[in-house]
Ligand binder design. Structure first.
Ligand code: MN
Length: 216
């Protein structure tokens, strides 16, 4: 329980809460997020005994950018975070939220409190349930702002995404074609292949994404 409380307050600190009216606050929170991210990347790289060169080869992110991230000097886009997560064969929430370490506790989480906007992405992220190794999945609430489109690099082999639209409508690129998904519709697809998300409407589209990682 104590662990929970500590993790939760660190988590609140680390978040970049999306609030266009409070740009200064966002900037401060961004520094906290960068600080957490930089520690997480450095720790994982050291655990694997990788040099920056080797990490760059695995992730496809330049050595210079990785160095900047580790020094907390860069706010990487979600696309870059995904590349790093895939290269390290780990989940994305590893880099944006401390492990809750409370798998036996009942958790009550609020997307409104967790939602934030990394870097310049027009996608808002709320890590509802960060990755836990015993469960093998993470749950995000993701918001695509109007006009947003992103192609995702394939994730690690065996990763599967479950997309469930809870507000508005969006399109998902899977099996080589864009497919429309309306509120209440869901799609499961192999995320170890190229895929993408877009919102061609004038209103935000919100979906849950349950990302399953195979046991290694
Ligand atoms: Mn993906």
């Amino acid at each position: 329980m104590i662990l929970c409380v500590i993790a939760y307050s660190v988590d609140m600190l680390a978040l970049v809460r999306y609030n266009a009216q409070q740009k200064n606050q966002v900037r401060i929170d961004m520094q906290a997020l960068n600080a957490y991210l930089s520690q997480a990347v450095r720790r994982l790289r050291q655990e694997r005994g990788w040099s920056l060169d080797v990490a760059s080869q695995h992730t496809g992110v330049s050595k210079a950018m990785l160095g900047q991230i580790e020094r907390g000097e860069s706010s990487p886009t979600l696309a870059t975070l995904w590349k790093i997560a895939s290269g390290f064969n780990t989940s994305m929430s590893t880099f944006i939220e401390p492990d809750l370490s409370c798998s036996e506790e009942t958790l009550h989480r609020s997307a409104d409190k967790l939602r934030h906007q990394p870097a310049t992405d027009q996608m808002l992220v709320a890590p509802l349930f960060p990755f836990e190794i015993d469960f093998g999945f993470e749950v995000f609430e993701l918001t695509l702002l109007p006009g947003y489109q992103r192609y995702s690099e394939p994730h690690a082999p065996g990763v599967v995404e479950h997309v469930i639209v809870i507000k508005g409508q969006m399109e998902l690129l899977a099996d080589g074609k864009w497919q429309a998904l309306r509120c209440g519709e869901a799609m499961r697809f192999a995320a170890d292949k190229p895929h993408g998300y877009r919102n061609l409407t004038d209103n935000p589209a919100v979906f849950h994404n349950i990302i399953h990682y195979p046991r290694t």
